[in-house]
Design a protein around this ligand. Structure first.
Ligand code: ZN
Length: 161
């Protein structure tokens, strides 16, 4: 029997993502006020290294910047986004905006995550890095807020954004 086909990937303009981003840029990402950012929603399966992706942010190459006029492209997983509550949508868009950085020479760049580690390492060795301690402090403060994972418990260890 033929395997059922995976749903086809397609992209859509995302004015509702852009609207959230404009407010966040105004409040928290002032270095992006003059950046040209294209916001897209992506539908269909989206996995990287076996994990569901929630979003991505990329700096546009010089060639494509010449062709399109954009500095960054932010792509949001449309299936996930559409089912999130407003504050979770804002968190996801804010996360991708945090990747859109600027160098000390005033050139746009991609900033990496503040923190990358394995849950198993923290379980076995505790808050062994300074970044982990800072992250834990903030996480404890924020623990009453709802997170994206209240809706996606199965994504707890698999979401990549
Ligand atoms: Zn990220």
């Amino acid at each position: 029997m033929p395997k059922p086909k995976a749903p086809k990937t397609f992209f859509m303009d995302a004015p509702n993502v852009e609207e959230i981003a404009s407010q966040l840029i105004e409040e928290h990402h002032r270095h992006l006020v003059n950046a040209k950012i294209k916001f897209l929603k992506r539908y269909g399966n989206w996995k990287a290294k076996g994990k569901t992706r929630l979003g991505s942010a990329e700096k546009v190459s010089e060639k494509h910047k010449y062709l399109t006029g954009y500095d960054f492209i932010i792509i949001i997983n449309g299936i996930v986004f559409d089912s999130l509550r407003q504050q979770e949508k804002e968190a996801l868009v804010d996360h991708e905006l945090c990747h859109c950085g600027v160098t000390d020479k005033d050139e746009f760049c991609i900033w990496p995550h503040d923190l990358e580690d394995f849950i198993a390492i923290v379980r076995r060795h505790g808050l062994w890095m300074e970044e982990l301690k800072r992250f834990a402090d903030v996480a404890i403060e924020a623990s009453r807020q709802l997170t994206i994972f209240d809706y996606y418990p199965e994504e707890r260890q698999v979401a990549v954004v």
